[in-house]
Every structure is written in structure tokens, then in C-alpha cells.
Design a protein. Structure first.
Length: 425
């Protein structure tokens, strides 16, 4: 496919920018993990019929959901890539799950290469995918250009696009039209409209969000739950502060201080959204003279007025099940919010701040039904957490109401898998 001159110029500049930036990215704490894989200096990417890109942990769970619902005969090879080590941990579990089943899939996980067009050209040549699935907001011009050159079908599934991202992308409007995917399934009408502005109106539809399909309150919890239960005794009131982001840390400090002032018998589980903030919280809790322990170094029951600083990945859902009250972060500062649906499957009504634009697709109906508590600031957040602690709703009733709400919005996985299967033939 011939490239327009404007596209060639834009990609040339983009390639040069990556070339300058990559040596510095090696110094980045998060990107240094798997760095040689990201520049294709270590491990060749496998040839695959289907390539799925999942940015981080949330998208990796979506990829896993898709893989559980796909089945092929004759078998197909699948490459699933991610940008983060948390995403990689989930994808490795997904590979073990899917590869041990009889679904006609052979799945391989790898770090997503840097989007420098020169690197992406090598990546696409190695993988030679027939279909590329980009989950949610994964729009990479280097990858898209190389896939177009190769002739691969490109799908955006569970697509979302914020107004802020749209403004940034539209700096080069003609570039995106030439790189438009073959099909986009957006999670809402507003997201679909923004995709149409960016790529043009062709082949853009709305689908139910796959995240609703992930939640199954009837699943049993084993293994890690029992070990956490040895640390958090059921006679000790337990609050979870989940997915706490850097920009809201000062407000979280105030919440912790206020809760311990009113309820000194409480244990607080603090889950930073990014593990590299653990050292910050160590220093902060020392400065505040608050008792704390590291989850990875704790085996005995924790006493009240203590913060358990969670440095072990993959245990949040188990902690939710033991909690009496939950706050989900990314919402006390204008960051768009983090996933607040999972606590509901554990029978806990989550509390969030006023900033949850990224989850507007859930609908304000969830607040009106009492399945989500929205606070205006840190003080109101602390007040609601203490209120939930003193008068926790019945867990079975919450789970039943949440399941009913989710069922009304499910079906996205099936829609996406039908499209993937159709394109793979």
C-alpha cells in the first residue's frame, strides 16, 4: 500500500523521536523490565495468526476473557503482548490456563515492542499476524502503519477514547484517517462518536463492555485467600484503600489519620496502584508515626491501628472479600478513576471520589441503586468508610444486586469473539 507523503513525513519524524528517546527509556523503572524484548534484542516474537495487545493489568484480564471464549479447529497460534510487568504476570497465568485446555489455541505472552516504526516493522515481520486486536485505547501509529503495509486486519475491541486523547491525536488528523482500523467496537455511543471524528465514520459500532463479563460472584476463592485470612482476622475491622495513585497520596494520608483517630481498632490494607510507590509509603508512614507492616513479610495476625502495605501482586480481590469497607483510588484527583466493580462481587459497596470519567460507561444508575458511594473529597470519603464499617451492608444482598446489574450489561465477550472468528476465517 502506497503511503501519502504527509504520512511518510509524520512517521519519519515519529521514528526519529523514538530513536532519540529509547536510550533514556532504559532508565525508566517500569520500562527497564523486559527492555531488550521491547527493542527485539532478546527472544524472537513467535509467528501467530492472532496478535492481541493489552496495555496493562486491566486489559490483560480482558485478553484472558477473550481467550477463554475463543475456540478454533484447526488450531490457531496467538501472541498476547503487554506494556507492564503486572500485565505480564496476568498473561502468563492466562497462557497456562488456555494452553492446558482443549480450545484449539496455542498462546504465547511477550512484552509489547516500542512503537518506533523501524522496530515495529521487524515485529510485524516476525509475527506475521492475520488479525490484530487492540484492546480499549491502544492506538499506536508505528504499529498501525506496519500492519497496514503487511495487509493485516486491524480490530479495536472494547474501544474507549477520551476527549483529551482525541484532542492530542487530532494534531495530525490526516495521519489517523490513513491508519484507520478495519473495525472498531466501542463501549459507548460517546466513545464511538470520538472514534468517528478521529478515523472517519466507517465500520464503527457499539458493544457491551467486556469488563461486565468478567465478574462472577459465585466463584470460590482458594489458596491466597486462606493465607491472607491468617493475617487479617475476621474479628478485626479491615478497610481496603485500593489502586491509590501518586497524585492523591496527600489526601490518602489524611484519610488514614482520620480513620485511626476515630477507629483505632482498624487494620488498613493499602494497595498503591504502582509498586514503585511502595518506598514512598514506607517513608510516609514512618513520618506519620503510624504502625505498618509489609504484606510480603507478614505471616502472623496484624493488630489494630496498623497499615498493611501491600507489595504482593494479585491479592486485591482476596482482600476485598475480607474487608468491611473499600475505597478505590484514581478518583480523588482528576485521573479518571480505577476499576470499582470488583469489590461488588465480594459483597462490598465501594467508595470513590468525584473523578471517575474513565468509568462513566458504567452509568450513574449504579450510584442511584446504592451499589457505589461517591464522595466529594477526602473527608467525605473517610466519613463514608467509617459509616460502612459501623453498619456494613449484607454481603449476600450486595452480591445479588451486583450480579443483577452486571447481567443487564453483559455480552461483550461474545460479540468480540464472533468478530475475531469471522476475520480469522
Amino acid at each position: 500500500m502506497a503511503e501519502p507523503l504527509s504520512q511518510k513525513a509524520a512517521l519519519c519524524f515519529y521514528n526519529l523521536s523514538w530513536r532519540i528517546a529509547i536510550p533514556f527509556l532504559r532508565l525508566n523503572h517500569r520500562l527497564s523490565v523486559g527492555f531488550n524484548e521491547r527493542i527485539l534484542k532478546q527472544k524472537l516474537l513467535p509467528k501467530a495468526d492472532l496478535w492481541i495487545q493489552a496495555a496493562s493489568a486491566g486489559e490483560s484480564y480482558l485478553a484472558w476473557e477473550l481467550l477463554k471464549s475463543l475456540s478454533f479447529s484447526p488450531p490457531k497460534n496467538v501472541l498476547v503482548t503487554t506494556n507492564t510487568c503486572q500485565g505480564m504476570e496476568i498473561l502468563e497465568l492466562a497462557c497456562n490456563d488456555i494452553n492446558s485446555s482443549d480450545r484449539g489455541l496455542s498462546v504465547f505472552a511477550a512484552y509489547f515492542p516500542f512503537d518506533q516504526p523501524a522496530i515495529m516493522a521487524k515485529a510485524v515481520f516476525q509475527v506475521r499476524p492475520r488479525v490484530m486486536v487492540l484492546l480499549e485505547s491502544e492506538i499506536w501509529p508505528g504499529l498501525l502503519a506496519c500492519l497496514k503495509q503487511y495487509g493485516c486486519k486491524i480490530l479495536i475491541i472494547n474501544g474507549r477514547l477520551t476527549q483529551k486523547s482525541l484532542r492530542r491525536y487530532r494534531i495530525l488528523p490526516t495521519l489517523w484517517y490513513t491508519l484507520r482500523p478495519d473495525k472498531i467496537l466501542a463501549i459507548s455511543g460517546s466513545d464511538a462518536r470520538r472514534f468517528k471524528i478521529l478515523f472517519g465514520s466507517e465500520n464503527i459500532d457499539v458493544m457491551p463492555n467486556i469488563k461486565f463479563d468478567r465478574f462472577n460472584p459465585t466463584e470460590t476463592v482458594t489458596g491466597k485467600k486462606s493465607r491472607i485470612a491468617e493475617i487479617i482476622r475476621r474479628d478485626i475491622p479491615f478497610i481496603v484503600l485500593a489502586s491509590v495513585r501518586r497524585q492523591e497520596e496527600p489526601q490518602i494520608e489524611r484519610i488514614i489519620i482520620d480513620i485511626f483517630r476515630r477507629k483505632p481498632e482498624v487494620v488498613i490494607g493499602l494497595f498503591p496502584r504502582h509498586m514503585h510507590r511502595i518506598n514512598h509509603w514506607k517513608a510516609t508512614l514512618e513520618r506519620l508515626k503510624i504502625s505498618w507492616v509489609m504484606r510480603s513479610k507478614t505471616e502472623n495476625p496484624v493488630s489494630g491501628e496498623t497499615v498493611v502495605l501491600w507489595d504482593t501482586f494479585g491479592e486485591l480481590s482476596f482482600a476485598y472479600k475480607l474487608s468491611k469497607a473499600v475505597f478505590v483510588g484514581g478518583s480523588l484527583a482528576p485521573l479518571g478513576g480505577q476499576n470499582f466493580l470488583e469489590p461488588l462481587t465480594c459483597g462490598v459497596v465501594p467508595v470513590i471520589g468525584p473523578f471517575w470519567d474513565n468509568f462513566a460507561w458504567v452509568g450513574r444508575e449504579i450510584v442511584e441503586q446504592g451499589l457505589l458511594r461517591e464522595s466529594a473529597n477526602w473527608q467525605e470519603t473517610a466519613n463514608i468508610l467509617v459509616e460502612n464499617l459501623n453498619h456494613p451492608p449484607e454481603k449476600e444482598q450486595i452480591i445479588k444486586a451486583a450480579l443483577s446489574y452486571f447481567k443487564k450489561h453483559q455480552g461483550g465477550t461474545l460479540s468480540a469473539c464472533r468478530l475475531i472468528a469471522k476475520e480469522l476465517g
